[in-house]
Design a protein around this ligand. Structure first.
Ligand SMILES: CCCCCCCC/C=C\C/C=C/C(=O)SCCNC(=O)CCNC(=O)[C@H](O)C(C)(C)COP(=O)(O)OP(=O)(O)OC[C@H]1O[C@@H](n2cnc3c(N)ncnc32)[C@H](O)[C@@H]1OP(=O)(O)O
Length: 725
């Protein structure tokens, strides 16, 4: 757990807890034992602390925070013990020093970092604050503005920046441990008082009060309903107002508030859910543990519309050479200009000193209208618009042109992967890669395997997601896959609520107050109402293919709302036309204003269809929208489309603006309590029997019958009893 060695006057304590040297009880105990041993040995003149396997430490064990057997051993006491050592202690930081790991380093008298190391106090992203005196030591070391920035954002900073801030004393390109031992030998006998951060004053600012009050406004704005950033701010402010010991007491009080909060539980769950979702499996038995990805050394993107441009940008940023293809020169030139603009913006955003984007080099980025240029690429991503016939034509061509091992990806948000694959002679290499707009910004990549997709193809797509710095979530093939399939009932409820008496701005407000970045109507306006309209036309739900005599508000015996179709028929496609569920300052405008035209359309519509409008309260809006989405999630799990609730939550947090501090829809359901979700769905489905999305799924009923089992146990109920579902 921590190895003790000598070199010769320097005691070397190596933290050892693979894979990232988290500070378990055993590690803390071993560290304490090592310090005592070094203290007791007169031949030891200095101590050096480093981590096993090129990593200092990722901090406290996140799984431990929610465990009833949480270690009682205080990390803060150990950090104080390090600081009070009479022999100089040097930290050798390789890889990462995060959270409690960095706090240990702050207790040391000197810090040496490898040039590739990263440091940070990411506790805020887990709903916590640096509770081992980090909020008191860091401002004393690097000043309040920089400390506040690190602590309230949780960002990781590279060693070079840490050196500039004064967080580390030395940055080395070679052996960090040797450099730290050298430094330890050098400082033997030097006074330690000035190196003990708890004894230092917090550096003054010309007007600390003014700085803090502006910073507080900024922190609050960025927090978007999250409690931890505000409490992190309060802890750092305490450092500016109180002596060290009092500041530590304040830090501890604030830490305890956060530790017991639901937000911290949700954020810690979200961290672990993201890791769990990387461990994909399919019902056919393919799995992350046995599948090997193919290398992707070059890629092609077909179609340079909004999605294609973002995908090209993403690939270039990941240093993967790209061939970008369009159907003709006019589209190609428009696409090329747009891609270059995106890349120039991205290059400007890149860290100073980071590798530059090499996008002017034709060997890295080539534009073409010639399909033959795709002959040698390792992977193709087709990103043309959602039209099955067109996609099949392209895949047929690809299967003739591309080299035998090439992975063929389709960027689609709903279309059937098997049907697309059927146009090729190699369906095992066809896979869905559903990017989210803007594709070079959004973290989510939904990876959809078809009936014939090989495990290698899945593993390669997952590897690609990693290379693009995205979260790849592997899911099965069904209409809308996971994200959009769960979104349909949610948006449907939002529209039904309008029919019954609500307004877009009322529905959006409730969901935005809940924490969504954007409510369903503002989201539809942003995405373009015509997208859904085309899809409904394709499904025969609206347009000339609807049989004469079909009731306006019914399709196949189920409730249907033609309201979105009516808007599209009046040319209201959302932001792009300046009018949708809201009005905008101009076509392409972004400021949504409630629209009296729409309000009178709603009034007329209700008159026409004999609907008596009623007041709909916030609770009903929230429950009908969220619980119908969650209900679909349970159906998806029961069908084996996703292998666990974590997958659904990761998709919603990273692709649909679900508030991370509420853990994702399935986690949220577990916090509400499954019996309560079920009871509400029963209530609403009795009131609206013609809405299948409100009828509780069999899996939800099964789980709720047990009570409210922990989310990590849900899938075990399914495998035991799936035959009866
Ligand atoms: C009376 C109450 C007393 C309570 C006592 C509490 C005292 C509290 C005092 C101080 C507060 C200190 C708090 C903390 O330190 S919180 C932790 C802060 N650290 C982090 O947030 C780091 C999180 N980890 C990461 O960012 C990354 O994992 C990474 C950069 C370290 C590595 O990234 P990558 O190489 O991409 O690998 P993975 O992310 O896949 O991780 C590999 C593996 O490691 C697991 N893991 C990583 N960090 C932790 C961790 N801190 N705790 C537990 N597990 C961790 C990760 O889950 C992966 O494992 P897998 O899920 O099994 O695959």
């Amino acid at each position: 757990m921590a190895q003790y060695a000598r070199s010769p006057a320097v005691a070397v304590i190596r933290l050892r807890n693979p894979p990232v040297n988290t500070l378990s009880f055993a590690v803390l105990q071993a560290l304490e034992d090592g310090l005592e041993k070094a203290d007791a040995d007169p031949s030891v003149k200095a101590v050096m602390i480093c981590g096993e396997n090129g990593k200092f430490s990722a901090g406290a064990d996140i799984r431990g925070f929610s465990s009833p057997n949480r270690p009682v051993k205080s990390l803060a006491a150990l950090v104080s013990l390090i600081e009070s050592s009479k022999k100089p202690v040097v930290a050798a930081i390789e890889g990462i020093a995060l959270g409690g790991g960095l706090e240990v380093a702050l207790g040391c008298h000197y810090r040496v970092a490898h040039v590739k190391a990263r440091m940070g106090l990411p506790e805020v992203t887990l709903g916590l604050l640096p509770g081992a005196e980090g909020t008191q030591r860091l401002p004393r070391l690097i000043g309040v503005p920089a400390a506040l920035d690190m602590i309230t954002t949780g960002k990781h900073i590279p060693a070079t920046e840490a050196l500039k801030l004064g967080l580390v004393d030395e940055v080395v390109e070679e052996n960090t441990v040797e450099a730290a031992i050298r430094l330890a030998n050098k400082v033997i006998g030097q006074p330690l008082g000035p190196r003990r951060l708890s004894l230092k004053p917090v550096p003054k600012l010309p007007d600390m009060e003014a700085f803090l009050s502006q910073a507080r406004v900024r922190v609050k704005k960025q927090a978007q309903g999250c409690l931890a950033p505000e409490l992190c701010f309060q802890a750092v402010r305490a450092a500016t107002q109180m002596p060290f010991a009092d500041g530590v007491r304040r830090e501890r009080e604030l830490f305890m508030v956060l530790l017991s909060s639901g937000q911290a539980r949700a954020l810690q769950y979200a961290f672990l859910a993201e890791r769990a979702a990387q461990k994909w499996t399919t019902p056919g038995g393919a799995s992350w543990s046995s599948a090997t990805p193919q290398p992707v050394r070059s890629a092609a993107v077909i179609g340079l519309g909004t999605m294609g441009r973002g995908i090209v940008t993403s690939l270039v940023k990941a240093n993967i050479p790209v061939v970008a293809l369009e159907q003709d020169l006019e589209y190609l030139n428009t696409g090329r200009k747009a891609v270059m603009l995106l890349l120039e913006r991205e290059a400007m955003k890149m860290e100073v000193g980071a590798q530059t984007l090499d996008f002017h080099n034709p060997a890295r980025l080539q534009f073409t209208v010639d399909f033959d240029s795709l002959r040698d690429v390792d992977l193709v991503i087709e990103a043309v618009f959602e039209n099955m016939a067109l996609k099949k034509e392209i895949f047929h061509k690809l299967s003739r042109i591309c080299k035998p091992g090439a992975l063929l990806c389709t960027n689609t948000s709903a279309l059937n992967i098997d049907e697309i694959a059927s146009a090729t002679s190699r369906p095992q290499q066809v896979i869905g890669t559903h990017f989210f707009s803007p594709a070079h910004v959004m973290r989510l990549l939904e990876i959809i395997y078809g009936r014939h997709t090989s495990p290698t193809a899945i593993a390669t797509a997952v590897q690609l997601a990693k290379a693009l710095k995205k979260v790849g979530v592997v899911v099965g093939n069904c209409f809308g896959f996971v994200g959009n399939r769960m979104m349909f009932p949610y948006v449907q409820q939002a529209v039904f609520l309008l029919e019954e008496g609500s307004r877009p701005e009322a529905v959006d407000r409730v969901l935005e107050d809940f924490g969504f970045k954007i409510g369903p109507f503002r989201m539809s306006d942003l995405a373009g109402l015509d997208v859904g309209w085309r899809s409904r036309q394709g499904q025969g739900l609206t347009g000339p293919s609807v049989p004469a005599g079909t009731p306006a508000r019914q399709r196949q015996g189920q409730r249907y709302s033609p309201l979105p179709d009516l808007l599209c028929e009046s040319g209201r496609f959302g932001q792009k036309t300046g009018k949708g569920w809201y009005q905008y300052e101009k076509a392409g405008g972004r400021t949504a204003t409630p629209d009296p035209w729409l309000h009178s359309l709603l009034a007329q519509y209700r008159d026409t269809h004999g609907i008596e409008p009623r007041f709909i309260d916030q609770e009903e809006i929230l429950e009908r929208c969220l619980f119908s989405l969650i209900n679909e999630g349970f159906a998806i799990l029961a069908e084996g489309i996703a292998s666990g609730p974590e997958h659904l939550d990761v998709i919603y947090i990273n692709g649909y603006g679900w508030p991370k501090h509420k853990g994702g829809p399935m986690f949220y359901a577990s916090t509400v309590g499954l019996p309560r979700v079920l009871a509400k769905l029963h209530k609403y489905s009795e009131a609206h029997p013609d809405v299948p999305g409100l009828q509780p799924s069999a899996f939800l009923k099964k789980l709720a019958a047990v009570g409210n089992p922990p989310i990590k146990e849900w899938m075990s109920y399914l495998s035991q009893q799936s035959s009866r579902l």
